[in-house]
Design a protein around this ligand. Structure first.
Ligand SMILES: [Fe+2]
Length: 309
């Protein structure tokens, strides 16, 4: 099959016109500006096992990065923990976290972890309508207005989800609730399909965790993965979602589906301050670089030596 000269000329002309327009007169469609940010998850700060010193050591390493991150995405499980402890203990571990977070000297954006909710049981159990129960404590301590939210930075849209569903008895599992999905649907409708997006969740939405810990035919429960992750994936399909940053399992893992990277970012605390998770995933955090509308990332350790071994 031959291409006529007229067709060729028209196509070449169109290409030339396209280049001219994108370079000279349509700056609004230029690739988003470059920047970097940090994904910090599962600090589990506490006085025991040297955890507070460990978090400060990790954050010192972040402060020393050559390229200063624009902000930090905080993946939850800030403290160890607030679920069933006394009011005094919950205040104390949150104070430790806030002191550490302020030392980062950068904006921080949060998703809740299952250990961050207060008074679900134990000696300080509160009724669910108490203004300090569960996630309401987390919102109050971090001065947050909503349990899920979004912000824009240099042409990118970042979305912080709430993946921790708490039941009447104070138990929890991974799920994105109906109100949140309605909010997300509205947000996606208002987002240009080409706009690069990044999501933040505590409990993973996609993971192979069960396959390499229990066996390749084993599925994980909603204690380890968001139960309606399939619904989330269908909602973002066709969108320009570059990454979903995840925590909770403390492993360093990446699954890519239809161009979306589901990145589980290890844990600052490693195996809850007792060494490497599964013996192979060290204490660390993820440095992310956004360049030309794409991301690259690397997991960085900070030289922590567990004090129990
Ligand atoms: Fe955790």
């Amino acid at each position: 099959m031959s291409i006529s000269r007229r067709t060729l000329v028209r196509n070449v002309g169109g290409l030339a016109l396209g280049l001219g327009v994108s370079r000279l007169s349509r700056p609004a469609e230029a690739a988003p500006a470059d920047f970097s940010f940090i994904h910090i998850t599962d600090t589990h700060i506490q006085p025991e096992l040297g955890a507070t010193e460990g978090v400060h050591q990790a954050f010192e390493k972040i402060r020393q990065l050559k390229e200063k991150p624009a902000f930090a995405l905080i993946g939850g499980d800030l403290v160890m923990d607030a679920n069933t402890v006394s009011r005094k203990r919950a205040e104390m571990v949150y104070d430790l976290w806030q002191e550490a977070a302020s030392s980062l000297n950068m904006p921080v954006y949060y998703t809740i972890g299952n250990h961050d909710a207060y008074a679900l049981g134990g000696e300080s159990k509160l009724s669910s309508d108490n203004p300090e129960y569960g996630k309401k404590w987390w919102l109050k301590r971090l001065s947050l207005a909503n349990r899920y939210n979004s912000f824009d930075h240099k042409g990118w849209r970042f979305v912080m989800l709430d993946s921790v569903s708490i039941d009447e008895q104070g138990g929890w599992h991974g799920e994105l609730d109906a109100d949140q999905l309605l909010w997300l649907d509205n947000l996606l409708r208002k987002t240009d399909k080409n706009m690069p997006m990044v999501f933040l969740t505590h409990i993973p939405i996609m993971t192979l965790f069960g396959m390499y810990t229990e066996g390749t035919t084993k599925a994980v429960s909603s204690g380890l993965v968001v139960s309606n992750g399939k619904q989330f994936q269908e909602m973002i399909q066709g969108r320009n979602v570059k990454a979903v940053f995840q925590g909770h399992t403390h492993v360093v893992e990446e699954c890519i589906y239809l161009g979306t990277r589901y990145i589980t970012g290890g844990a600052v605390s490693g195996d809850w301050w007792k060494g490497y998770r599964l013996g192979v995933h060290p204490e660390g955090f993820t440095v992310v670089r956004a360049k030309g509308g794409e991301i690259s990332h690397r997991y960085m350790t900070y030289g922590w030596k567990a004090r129990t071994v």
